[in-house]
Design a protein. Structure first.
Length: 366
């Protein structure tokens, strides 16, 4: 690989991607960030990209570079004009969908950490040109690539999020600050909230459906986050993917295709202790009620994402309690049952309707 375009360079995935680029001497043709211009400038100084994009004109004034693009239209123009064959998309939320589509339209491959692209529009995206940057999907791909057996079931794991050991009756009134206290690692705010509600695992199940073409997908809680994925085969055998929780491993494979070096230290089996699995309970994670429906109606991922983004912002603004996130999503699913996009052009219209509906329901405690 000669060069990449990196969207979301200042986030955890972006920073890890730059470590891999530095290790393997991969040129960074373009860097895209939203608001963290201080870190972006340091990255510009170190990697000397030909193009840079930021979220607004105000942010553009805070960095020094001769070729700056602004906002989403600027990002799309940057992607289209780049010569790199690979775009790494680690943007957060629905905002990341249009760059994924533009990259594919421009004939590029996408190393995808933006879950929402497949959750919202997986039916209309060529996944043969997508390489997932996600520990669970990387684990599934790794296992499937190593086996010629007939697949029966795919299983991904969940940490359980901030409230996995709370008394169930206390969870509904938990604060935003409580929801950000992930027991295993530090991530961005949105994905940490999604982990607490289990929406993140619904996203990953939908991603797995589009990536691997299976409807038989489930998730279990594994609190140590050592086992990321498992595959069951029709002959009764199962295999599991063990690895330390570090995104540099899936990033390295996404960028290089094949890796011969040690990216992470191997798991010490004698030190890891007991490994156990727990069922995801609907009482603790009410949103899990729609898991099977989503697998049968995967285009409904659009409703899940739109309602979730509005509900999280409402929770952050203290307009609803933590339990209101799941309640408002489930209300939206009931309201928009059977509504599915038939093309990419339908997505913005449905997205707008769902967001307006959820906002209209956010009055006091949701």
């Amino acid at each position: 690989m000669n060069s990449i375009v990196l969207l979301g360079s200042t986030g955890s995935i972006g920073r890890a991607t730059l470590e891999i680029c530095k290790k393997y001497d991969i040129e960074v043709e373009a860097l895209v960030a939203n608001t963290n211009t201080a870190l972006l400038q340091k990255q510009i100084d170190e990697f000397s990209p030909k193009m840079v994009a930021v979220g607004s004109l105000e942010r553009a004034k805070e960095i020094s570079h001769p070729n700056i693009f602004v906002a989403q239209d600027g990002i799309l123009e940057l992607i289209h004009s780049s010569s790199s064959e690979v775009v790494v998309n680690s943007l957060v939320g629905y905002f990341g969908l249009a760059p994924t589509v533009e990259a594919l339209k421009s004939g590029k491959r996408v190393s995808l950490a933006n879950k929402e692209s497949l959750v919202v529009a997986g039916a209309f995206i060529d996944t043969s040109r997508i390489t997932p940057i996600d520990s669970e999907h990387f684990g599934l791909k790794y296992l499937l690539d190593c086996s010629q057996k007939s697949l029966k079931r795919l299983i991904i794991t969940a940490s359980g999020g901030a409230f996995r050991n709370w008394e169930i009756d206390s969870i509904q009134s938990a604060s935003y600050e409580d929801a950000l206290k992930h027991p295993n690692w530090s991530m961005g705010e949105k994905i940490t909230i999604d982990s607490a509600t289990m929406v993140n695992k619904l996203f990953e199940i939908l991603e797995a459906k589009w990536l691997f073409g299976s409807d038989n997908i489930d998730a279990l809680i594994e609190e140590k986050s050592i086992i990321h994925a498992m595959v069951e085969f029709v002959d009764g055998s199962s295999v599991a993917h063990f690895a330390r929780t570090d995104m540099k491993l899936p990033i390295a494979y996404a960028l290089l295709g094949r890796v011969q070096d040690e990216i992470l230290a191997p798991i010490n089996l004698l030190e890891m202790g007991n490994i156990g699995f727990k069922k995801i309970q609907k009482r603790r994670y009410p949103i899990w009620e729609i898991k099977d429906y989503l697998l049968q109606h995967p285009k409904s991922g659009l409703i899940l994402n739109s309602a979730n983004e509005v509900a999280i912002e409402s929770f952050k603004a203290k307009k609803i309690d933590f339990g209101g996130i799941s309640r408002n999503i489930l209300k939206a699913f009931k309201k928009f049952e059977g509504v599915e996009p038939q093309s990419l052009d339908d997505i913005p219209h449905i997205d707008k309707e769902v967001r307006e509906y959820v906002m209209s329901n956010v009055k006091g405690i949701g």
